[in-house]
Design a protein around this ligand. Structure first.
Ligand SMILES: O=C(O)CCC(=O)C(=O)O
Length: 307
């Protein structure tokens, strides 16, 4: 099991959630924990994001290594989102098991928790948002425990493209129809449609750097473009689920039934893994999400076997 290893001297006290906050999450499908990371931890993530975008952390499919003389801003502005940074960076890997994440997830998911995905959003000024979607559209769990932990690496505001959520929209357990969207505000080419909510039902989740936004995999959410003049709206988003449940995230292997398909490129962050006997398979490959090209709707792009 991965345990968070503090790499920084800190007097920061990690907040823990109350039963009322866990209940808020169950009712609304999201929860904000403020001051989850210390300023030094936020800075550590920011530096590591630069290292990844410069190509200094190792190969990322779609990242062009920085040329001598290129500034950090030059390289950061090239990328909207990099998938699976934890597969190449020890820093990003460590944050999968951040104490606040483990505390919240063991309250809202259960004692056994595994992670299957990380995404590093850079979202420089001018970059698009993500259209309405439910994360279980992309990562199907069998027990509906998928939960995102969205770590704010910058202050996120309505101006620079914070998350918007529709409180309570996770409750029906319905995955709404997805259809093509041609709305230039969004990177995603597919958008959830036909749900019984209006855009006016959504609330912006404005947070300071260091906060973590947790959201249920059935919650309808989106983000708008970064309309600020300059700067970034960086976030590290990790996805988790109960380790008791299989994860049918890749097509069945030859001779395998859909019912027992189980994606095993996972990291246990709490409790025990009842399927540990299967071992871990190195499947996911760090890559740049192909902007406005179906990148967010095509999980096949994640897999090494697609190379
Ligand atoms: O950070 C964003 O802009 C969108 C994140 C998101 O939609 C997700 O992680 O599912």
């Amino acid at each position: 099991m991965l345990t968070y290893a503090p790499t920084l001297e800190s007097t920061h006290t990690y907040p823990t959630i109350s039963e009322a906050e866990a209940e808020f999450f169950r009712e609304n499908g999201y929860l904000v924990v403020h001051n989850a990371l210390s300023p030094a931890e936020v800075e550590e993530l920011r530096s590591d994001a630069v290292r990844i975008c410069r190509g200094d952390a190792g190969e990322v499919r779609g990242v062009t290594p920085a040329l001598p003389g290129e500034t950090d801003d030059d390289v950061m502005q090239r990328y909207l989102c990099i998938h699976f940074p934890h597969k190449l960076s020890d820093v990003m890997y460590n944050y999968l098991a951040h104490p606040v994440i483990v505390d919240v997830l063991t309250h809202v998911i259960g004692p056994d928790v595994k992670c299957m995905q990380s995404m590093l959003f850079i979202k420089a000024a001018g970059k698009p948002g993500q259209a309405w979607h439910q994360d279980e559209d992309f990562i199907p769990t069998r027990d509906r425990t998928l939960t995102g932990a969205w770590i704010a690496m910058d202050r996120a505001t309505t101006e620079n493209g914070c998350l918007w959520v529709i409180p309570g929209s996770h409750k029906s357990g319905i995955l709404w129809e997805m259809d093509n969207t041609y709305d230039a505000r969004f990177d995603c080419t597919k958008e959830s449609k036909g749900f019984p909510y209006q855009d006016e039902d959504a609330v912006p989740v404005e947070v300071e750097a260091g906060a973590i936004v947790f959201f249920n995999g059935y919650l309808l959410h989106r983000s708008l473009p970064n309309n600020a003049e300059t700067g970034y709206r960086r976030s590290l988003v990790n996805h988790y689920m109960s380790a008791s449940s299989l994860l049918p995230w890749h097509p069945p292997q030859q001779g395998e039934g859909m019912a027992v398909t189980d994606y095993r490129d996972i990291v246990l962050v709490a409790g025990r893994d009842p399927y540990a006997y299967k071992g871990i398979t190195d499947l996911a490959v760090p890559h740049v999400r192909p902007t406005r090209n179906g990148g967010c709707a095509n999980p096949a792009l994640n897999l090494k076997v697609m190379e």
